[in-house]
Design a protein around this ligand. Structure first.
Ligand SMILES: C[S@@+](CC[C@H](N)C(=O)[O-])C[C@H]1O[C@@H](n2cnc3c(N)ncnc32)[C@H](O)[C@@H]1O
Length: 289
């Protein structure tokens, strides 16, 4: 799914989950990730909500979110409907009738999400290489726009430019590493055409963010990391995975003692904003309690 040699090599340390990313529905994804306590969307939710709140004050209008690596609409479900990961695990993990048709399955989930409140005034554009996942999230209404594209290998289709020009906030969880600076290079002309969206990435510590930071800096962005904070992405899938990741981290000069050595893959939070916005409200003030 990628095209970046440096990240390809780092990814080899991680367990491969590709088989659950592009199924007709999210059940296998949630089943597999529940076993590993996949939790990064939960950790990201209050941070994204905070950013949406700030952007809403500035715009006084619907905030348009572009979720990179949106999968089956996980962040959209959490942000639009104020759901939690345990609720999603429960909802998408339930056993329904064995003879249910795919159409009935989709209708059931459409109705379920239609009936939920939408406390945030947001629209979510989801981008992911996984066509089935994007189609499902769009059909059940979690995504307002679904873009099934791989910007690592293809240019941005002209047909996506209008929608992307509306974006106020780019989010990602569990996606950098699959996407690299290439995807950002291809996105930036469209997303910065009319607005200067904030870009909020949760990134595993094993993936250096420098190249993406440099690409964004070329467009007048400054990237800040929330210092001293790490967020649990998931448990290691095996002792082998943990060993490989610890080795990778040490090779990169990152000390895993008391962190990944304890048993979880950890992410950090990077916020990239136009220089003027970052100067107006420093990152510490954005997240002051
Ligand atoms: C670990 S999952 C994270 C999904 C979701 N953001 C979450 O946190 O639950 C990684 C996602 O990245 C997607 N992905 C992989 N390569 C990609 C690419 N080149 N462009 C966009 N998405 C990609 C996968 O299809 C998958 O949905």
């Amino acid at each position: 799914m990628m095209g970046n040699t440096a990240f390809d090599e780092i990814n080899e340390a991680k367990a491969c989950m590709d088989h659950v990313y592009d199924q007709f529905d999210p059940r296998a994804y949630f089943r597999e990730l529940k076993k590993l306590g996949y939790a990064i969307p939960s950790a990201a939710k209050p941070i994204f909500q905070n950013l949406i709140g700030h952007l809403q004050q500035r715009r006084d209008d619907t905030v348009h979110v572009l979720d990179l690596g949106c999968s089956y609409g996980v962040n959209a479900a959490l942000l639009k409907h104020d759901m939690s990961m345990p609720e999603l695990y429960q909802h998408w993990g339930q056993n329904r009738q064995a003879d249910e048709t795919p159409e009935e399955f989709v209708e059931y989930h459409q109705r379920f999400f239609d009936d939920l409140d939408e406390p945030e005034d947001i629209e979510v554009i989801g981008l992911d290489v996984a066509e089935n996942a994007v189609a499902f999230a769009k059909e059940i209404g979690l995504l307002d726009v679904g873009l099934a594209i791989n910007l690592e290998t293809q240019p941005l289709p002209a047909s996506a430019e209008e929608e992307l020009a509306l974006v106020d906030l780019v989010t990602s969880t569990g996606c950098v590493g699959y996407v690299t600076e290439k995807s950002f290079e291809r996105l930036l002309p469209a997303i910065t055409r009319d607005r200067q969206p904030w870009i909020a990435n949760f990134v595993l510590r094993m993936f250096p963010f420098d190249a993406i930071e440099e690409t964004l800096s070329g467009r007048g962005y400054i990237t800040e990391k929330l210092e001293g904070q790490t967020y649990v992405q998931r448990a290691f899938a095996s002792v082998e995975e943990q060993g490989q990741v610890l080795e990778q981290l040490r090779e990169e000069g990152i000390d895993p003692t008391g962190k990944e050595a304890e048993g979880d893959l950890l992410a950090e939070f990077y916020l990239s904003r136009p220089i003027k916005d970052a100067a107006e409200v420093p990152i510490e003030r954005l997240f002051a309690a």
